[in-house]
Design a protein around this ligand. Structure first.
Ligand SMILES: Cc1cc2nc3c(=O)[nH]c(=O)nc-3n(C[C@H](O)[C@H](O)[C@H](O)COP(=O)(O)OP(=O)(O)OC[C@H]3O[C@@H](n4cnc5c(N)ncnc54)[C@H](O)[C@@H]3O)c2cc1C
Length: 398
């Protein structure tokens, strides 16, 4: 059973819930309860991502993403060094595959500079020195501050730190079920009364917010991120991370190569419309809500050009041929037989502004009395988590 009351209740044990809880403790909070519906932290997006600490190239300076990613990158690296957690400062390149992508690459370069981060436009020759097998039609962008980490190790370190404080309890296998009254919630293991609440429920953050009658105009649509791997014998074809120039109208970065912290090279993730918030397999996670998810997909397909482009281009990546072709545009030496299956799969819970029928590009934080709802903590929220948590706690306490 959960304790009947607490001062601050945090819902969700992903990177956002854990870093928010840590921030509360750093500010002297005494009685924090974190509930998580799974048996351990990071069973969803936070433990299933690419493990890239993004440098902050993609985002315009007026966004939360730019504001928190750059500082978050620095702070997460510091945390890994302090705790002795795996961290590889690999850097990354973004390559223009065709002439039409060059102006977009230049825009990314401008955004990077406007955000005050180190980015360098390089030609084909310099690209060869960094990534001998990557291909570009003309230019590439080099970001030296991109790094890779082991997200699960970071989550475990945070969990240990929280539990050892003695001022916070984590209750696993405990789901938020609904609101009982203004300051009392029903969980799967009893009622809890709280003074303040933070909703960091990731893919279910809209469900929790709606129970509080907050964020009614938002809905979450799940997108499946599948990966493949490079056969270890072909691993030498990729030294760092190689990304395509993305379509800036949508929030996804395109299938890319990432050399992980343990040396393995993954290819992906895709961003294919999924049938459930936890639809990790073909049928796993498909349920009664799948019908309304399909309905939302259909409505958006008609109403939003950016969604239509994502849906049409991403669904094709289920085809091995198309996936290999995309990978080959970045690294032509990669052969079909070099690409092997990978069990990793994540779901990106993408927020939709349902009134405007648009995918939301930035993080959204709603304050409703003594409750804060963190919606749309999409990539790069793992990178951004520490300063983002600081902001969320500022809002809660203000
Ligand atoms: C495929 C993929 C690749 C990505 N790559 C990167 C990357 O390289 N770098 C980067 O910075 N970001 C990346 N991201 C984004 C990043 O992983 C997320 O932004 C981040 O993990 C979101 O954290 P969260 O805590 O909000 O969500 P989650 O990790 O999903 O945590 C939410 C938690 O809430 C719990 N929960 C839900 N409902 C309830 C309930 N009713 N009661 C109790 N608990 C509940 C869930 O079980 C879950 O543990 C990627 C994401 C995906 C999917």
């Amino acid at each position: 059973m959960v304790p009947g009351k607490c001062d601050i209740l945090v819902i969700g044990g992903g990177i956002i819930g854990l870093t928010v809880a840590r921030e509360l403790l750093l500010r002297g909070a005494e009685d924090v309860l974190l509930i998580e519906k799974e048996s351990a932290p990071g069973k969803h997006a936070s433990g299933r991502n690419s493990g890239v600490l993004h440098a902050g190239v993609y985002y315009t300076p007026d966004t939360f993403k730019a504001r928190f990613c750059i500082e978050g990158n620095r702070r997460m690296k510091e945390y890994c060094r302090e705790k002795g957690l795996p961290l590889l400062d690999t850097g990354k390149v973004i390559v223009a595959r065709k002439e039409a992508e060059v102006p977009v690459l230049e825009e990314l370069s401008r955004r990077g500079r406007a955000n005050g981060i180190e980015v360098k436009e390089i030609g084909a020759q310099e690209l060869k020195e960094i990534e001998p097998h990557a291909s570009t039609c003309d230019k590439a962008l080099y970001s030296p501050n991109t790094s890779v980490v082991d997200p699960v190790k970071i989550l475990q370190a945070l969990e240990n730190e929280l539990l050892s404080s003695g001022r916070l309890a984590i209750h696993y296998n405990t789901a938020f079920v609904g609101l009982s009254s203004g300051r009392s919630v029903v969980t799967s293991r009893g009622r809890v009364t709280f003074n303040k609440l933070i909703n960091a429920a990731g893919a279910y953050s809209d469900f929790v917010a709606h129970a509080f009658d907050a964020g009614r105009g938002y809905r979450i649509l799940p997108f499946k991120g599948t990966y493949k791997k490079l056969h270890p014998e072909a691993g030498h074809l990729v030294r760092t991370s190689i990304y395509p120039v993305p379509d800036l109208r949508n929030p996804f970065l395109g299938v890319h190569f990432t050399r992980g912290v343990y040396g393995e090279v993954t290819i992906g993730p895709t961003a294919i419309p999924a049938l459930g918030r936890e639809n990790y397999g073909l049928f796993r996670g498909v349920g009664p809500e799948s019908i309304s998810i399909l309905w939302r997909d259909a409505v958006l397909f008609v109403a939003d050009r950016a969604f239509r482009t994502v849906a049409l281009t991403e669904v094709r990546k289920y085809s091995r041929h198309v996936f290999t072709e995309e990978a080959g545009q970045l690294v032509p030496a990669v052969k079909n037989s070099d690409i092997i299956p990978c069990s990793k799969v994540g779901i990106r819970p993408q927020l939709v502004d349902w009134r405007r029928k648009r995918l939301v590009g930035d993080f959204v934080v709603l304050k409703d009395g003594d409750a804060i709802h963190v919606l749309n903590a999409i990539s790069p929220a793992f990178t951004s988590a520490m300063p983002f948590a600081e902001y969320v706690v500022d809002r809660l306490l203000s």
